[in-house]
Design a binder for this molecule. Sequence first.
Ligand code: MAN
Ligand code: CA
Length: 199
Amino acid sequence: MLSYSSYMLTALAALLVTCHALQKCPGNPRLPGVPGLPGRDGLKAQSRLQGLLESLDTELILLNLKHRLSRLEGVLALNGKTKEVGEKIFASNGKEVDFASALESCEEAGGTLATPTNEEENKAILSIVKEYNRYAYLGIKEGETSGQFEYINGTPLNYTNWHQYEPNGKGTEKCVEMYTDGTWNDKRCNQNRLIVCQF
Ligand code: MAN
Ligand code: CA
């Protein structure tokens, strides 16, 4: 897979290097006329060629970006820093802060707090919690009605993994932490808990 994409990159790069050497790249206002094709036909062929080179340039940029991204993902996964489940990537920096600061850190990094919406995601977050052996705040909070919890974007929960007898805070524990066995506890929001974000 990697060697194939590397081959494609090299091949496309060679093509574009040639086009740059011949000064026939997209962005050059005019290409020389196509021999044997006079006037209007020549211009048509010229603009088709220009379009082709432009789309090749875009393809090369996209391939290069994909290649660099997959290498970055490989490095992060290898260091055990990320857990990927479906479309989601979970990650931690190992720091422990209160709920508001944890959410802020995740949002500053372009994500949000880790929010398990099924068992698989819960297990992925749990693996990070276990790695650091620290409880983590989840992207879940108590709604208007006490005892009723929702996602931080205000939508109702479609999956829960409460510890036995939880939630029990009755309005006094508005945040939710994950224990090191993956179960949840409603908890005051001012504790220091592991930052786990999702992207
Ligand atoms: C503490 C707090 C509560 C939790 C109980 C469980 O009092 O962490 O949130 O429900 O322990 O015994
Ligand atoms: Ca509780």
